[in-house]
Design a protein around this ligand. Structure first.
Ligand code: HEM
Length: 478
């Protein structure tokens, strides 16, 4: 009996053994691993020769922090000014302003897949044009819906854009005008405005979209947080605003689509065009594709257009010479009769200065300030003397690139639409990522161009515009 008792280990002794094990084995092993990690990412990795913020070499939390803070437009400008045109901003991530590299990464036919940054945006959905990582899958998917977003098809929608513009102008005559961008998307997609111009309120959906975009801009840099959250969400509920992209906003779109189908309409709006595509090719364009694209219109097409409009009016008011030139051009093309009628797309295309103003406002103040990250494919990539192995994340910030002196010269940070009329266009476009690169170019760009090139001259014909308060400067958040 005594012998048996002697062989038992008391709980106290077991704790001591465990602590000894931790001290003798696990703690030194972790220290060795940590030192190996620091040595590799700090000094031995193939990216270690690329300059950048020291802390960012070791952790993606640096990127996530600035995504959360919303100051990429400031911090990435500073990083490029301090460290050069090709910089390292993560253990495996590099940003560049090199036009040669930009062409390879974002140019036509590029096989640089979108990085894991987009995975939380895609969630578990199989069809998502914007967030699809695989270039080949994306190319095939895009081919099946491209037609609906071509100018030749969108031009049918001009009367509905006109109706939204006329309504906006009539509201502006009596009170503050808001939410044109969101209501016009409702009009062209579902033949029905969301009624927000009347209320002057920012809709709940728009608030959700803004919160989702904000959340995506940090979660995307640490997608493991998203994956853990999704696993735990049956227990802890949803705490990521980003999930609205496949939740609340998709439900809102579905509701709008169902109500549009029930109402019926003789308008050939975008929903009816997508449903037509479904009828012609149900295997390729199934219901998921129709709803996914309509959701894209709602999610990607409202706040983005608002930012573009704000940039145009802000820069025109800061540069009154440009405003005067534009007013003269508008007057030359459309005169001063029928000012209630919206400027037609055809007339807007006869206004080269207007087109230059739109390009310049998007160059100097694009919607996206952080990088559009891609993965270096097999074979690697040479950028300004650095060899990036396959798997490295590479990208560029449309905001910093658009203001690059290497591309736009010493006046790069000035709003000067004339550069688009006198310069070498291919040189100007080499730094223009406001609507993404050729291979993943914004599908809604043609629609935005129609809307904006009509609404800007129509407003300028009808109103004298001024800053409400000249002492207050705008605050930017990316
Ligand atoms: C001024 C307004 C807009 C701006 C500045 C803008 C900007 C962009 C940018 C930068 C990208 C590329 C993102 C990347 O490479 O990761 C993109 C893609 C996209 N945008 Fe827009 N966008 C605007 C309006 C719209 C509108 C109105 C729609 C829909 C009606 C739309 C739908 C899309 C879609 C579907 C993609 C993914 C395209 C693809 O990967 O093939 N956007 N947009």
């Amino acid at each position: 009996m005594d012998t048996i008792m002697d062989n038992r280990i008391s709980p106290y002794a077991a704790t001591n053994i465990l602590l000894a094990l931790i001290t003798r084995l696990i703690a030194p092993a972790s220290t060795i691993l940590l030192l190996a990690y620091i040595a590799y990412y700090g000094f031995l990795s193939p990216l270690s020769g690329i300059p950048g913020p020291f802390i960012a070499r070791f952790t993606r939390l640096w990127l996530a922090y600035h995504g959360w803070k919303g100051d990429f437009h400031i911090v990435l400008t500073e990083v490029h000014e301090k460290y050069g045109t090709t910089v390292r901003v993560g253990p495996d991530e590099v940003l560049t302003l090199s036009p040669d590299a930009i062409k390879k990464i974002y140019g036509a036919g590029s096989l640089f897949n979108k990085s894991d940054f987009y995975a939380p945006l895609k969630g578990t959905r199989t069809w998502d044009l914007f967030a699809e990582g695989d270039s080949i899958v994306h190319r095939n998917n895009r081919r099946s819906v491209n037609h609906v977003y071509a100018t030749s098809s969108l031009i049918d929608l001009e009367p509905y854009v006109d109706s939204a513009i006329q309504h906006f102008v009539s509201i502006l005559r009596t009170k503050e005008g808001k939410s044109f961008d969101f209501d016009v998307i409702g009009e062209v997609t579902f033949s029905q405005r969301f009624g927000l111009m009347e209320t002057g309120e920012e809709s709940e959906s728009l608030k959700i979209i803004k919160r989702a975009a904000r959340s995506g801009s940090w979660v995307g840099h640490i997608p493991w947080v998203y994956r853990i959250h999704q696993r735990l969400s049956p227990l802890i509920g949803n705490h990521l605003a980003l999930n609205a992209r496949s939740g609340a906003i998709r439900d809102f779109t579905l509701q709008q689509a169902q109500s549009r189908i029930k109402r019926g309409s003789d308008h050939r709006d975008m929903l009816s065009k997508l449903i037509e595509l479904h009828g012609q090719n149900p295997a390729e364009v199934d219901n998921t594709v129709v709803i996914s694209m309509a959701t894209s219109n709602v999610f990607a097409g409202s706040d983005t257009t608002a930012v573009a409009l704000r940039s145009i009016f802000y820069h025109l008011l800061k540069n009154l010479g440009c405003l005067k030139k534009l007013l003269n051009e508008i007057n030359d093309v459309v005169g001063d009769i029928d000012i209630d009628k919206p400027v037609t797309y055809e007339q807007a295309n006869k206004m080269p200065y207007l087109q230059a103003v739109m390009n310049e406002a998007n160059r100097i103040h694009p919607v996206v300030a952080q990088s559009l990250p891609r993965i270096v494919p097999e074979g690697g990539l040479q950028v300004e003397g650095h060899s990036l192995p396959a798997g490295t994340i590479i990208g560029s910030s449309p905001y910093v690139l658009g203001r690059s002196e290497h591309i736009y010269g010493q006046d790069a940070k000035m709003f000067r639409p004339e550069r688009w009329l006198e310069g070498d266009r291919s040189q100007l476009l080499s730094g223009f990522l406001a609507f993404g690169g050729t291979s993943r170019m914004c599908l809604g760009k043609n629609l935005v161009w129609i809307e904006v090139s009509k609404v800007v001259p129509t407003i300028l014909r009808n109103f004298v515009i001024n800053f409400a308060d000249t002492d207050v400067e705008w605050k930017l958040q990316s």
